[in-house]
Design a protein around this ligand. Structure first.
Ligand code: ADP
Length: 403
């Protein structure tokens, strides 16, 4: 059975077509610079020629049409007809308190997602547009929404509430939601497989370190805390996001510089983090700067590492223990010096890594046999999780309608 997974961002769309009988990707691609005259399309189906082309992509529906016609193209496609696609899984940023798990999309679900638009103004409009466009182009194909927040819906109230007047939660649902949930869930399940243990018996800290970065404390397979909050701005230092900051400092800067809150939030999202300190938001540049002994690059690296280590300590306390720590995403998978510094500074907890092994790429265990805590690098795979949830929901739905 073929399942299409779509990740529709504000100016780009990524897709992967899965053959679920083999758990394998049979085609994938991306459309970038949506809304521009020089949109970039890349597409690759297994054993077919790669496609790279540039053409105007005025809106998301055009991007999706492009993707569907490439998938069915006799030369470079992977399927004969769109009818071969039995379901489409969409990555959606925010499920608010409505969606504690993935859902088949119907009018009610769409209305609820529309209500959550303001909680993710950068991502939600594009996520919803992606779903609506697919519904129009393939009206008989079930659409499933998979939410970045859903995995964290198991957090206890004492972890997800902010210590502000409770009415703000009652009135506006101001609380920690957390993100990267699909990735953290994948990592927890994969750690359990690698340890040959039931995830229900394990305490795991998942470190998703990409452009956006978050940690999750996962106890018995359930998220019990995570570093991102009401929005993805809270928590760790990131590529261009500040992470935690005292809100009073914001008011102070607003007064001094006479700028509105929107500018400050924009600064915290786009001009802070590694970029704010070193003028480079990409970890590769930071690592190079550290090698070249550039002081601000070294400072940015140290700040980035320190914040992760503090959160790991906090989550060991939150769970009263830890069996495994796993690093994933662009930075987590590709920066041995960061992993080494974090782990070496956690020796108090009996964490020890093999520095030679730590240089590897791909999926591997880097903890030594003596280490009290297992440490892994695991490339994340959010798309396969989305595809599996999509398959599960459409199968359940088919069975229900047969009864
Ligand atoms: P996202 O999906 O959140 O956009 P990614 O998971 O692709 O982000 O991670 C992007 C980050 O990964 C960039 O900051 C980049 O610095 C880092 N990265 C990617 N490859 C490498 C590498 N080889 N070495 C160090 N950092 C890398």
């Amino acid at each position: 059975m073929k399942i299409l997974v779509i990740n529709c961002g504000s100016s780009s769309l990524k897709y992967k077509l899965f053959d679920m009988d083999k758990d394998s990707v049979i085609a994938e691609g991306r459309v970038e610079r949506i809304g521009e005259n020089d949109g970039i399309i890349t597409h690759q189906a297994v054993d077919r020629e790669k496609v790279n082309k540039t053409k105007p992509i005025p809106e998301h529906s055009v991007a999706i049409s492009e993707c569907l016609s490439l998938l069915t193209d006799p030369e470079v496609g992977a399927i004969e007809s769109l009818n071969d696609i039995k379901g489409i899984g969409h990555r959606v940023l925010h499920g608010g308190e409505y969606f504690k798990q993935s859902t088949l999309v119907d009018d009610t679900a769409l209305d609820q997602m529309e209500e959550l638009r303001d909680l993710g103004p950068l991502h939600m409009p594009a996520n919803i547009l992606g779903i609506r466009s697919c519904m129009k182009l393939m009206p008989n194909t079930p659409q499933v929404a998979v939410f970045d927040t859903a995995f964290h819906s198991t957090m206890p109230k004492h972890a997800y509430l902010y210590a502000v007047p409770y009415e703000l939660y009652q009135r506006y649902r101001i609380r920690r939601y957390g993100f990267h949930g699909t990735s953290h869930n994948y990592i927890a399940l994969r750690v359990a497989q690698l340890m040959n243990r039931d995830v229900k018996e394990l305490k795991i800290i998942s470190c998703h370190l990409g452009n956006g970065a978050s940690l999750a404390a996962i106890d018995g397979g359930r998220s019990v805390d995570t570093s991102m909050g009401f929005t993805p701005l809270e928590g760790l230092m990131m590529g261009t996001r500040s992470g935690d900051i005292d809100p009073s400092a914001l008011e102070y800067v607003m007064d001094k510089e006479d700028v509105p809150m929107a500018n400050i939030i924009n600064m915290l999202n786009k001009h802070s983090g590694l970029y704010g300190i070193a003028g480079a938001g990409d970890m590769r540049d930071i690592v190079q700067g550290v090698e070249d002994q550039k002081p601000m690059h070294m400072l940015a690296f140290d700040m980035y590492e320190y914040r992760i280590r503090k959160y790991i300590g906090a989550y060991i306390a939150a769970m009263n223990g830890v069996d495994a720590i796993a690093f994933t995403a662009g930075i987590g998978e590709n920066t041995p010096s960061l992993r080494a510094k974090i782990c070496d500074n956690l020796s108090y907890f009996g964490i020890a890594i093999d520095h030679q092994v730590n240089q590897q790429r791909g999926e591997f265990e880097l903890s030594t046999p003596e280490s009290k805590v297992k440490v892994y690098v695991i490339p994340t795979d959010e798309e396969i999780m989305i595809a599996k949830d999509t398959l599960k929901l459409i199968t359940e739905n088919n069975n229900k309608s047969k009864q």
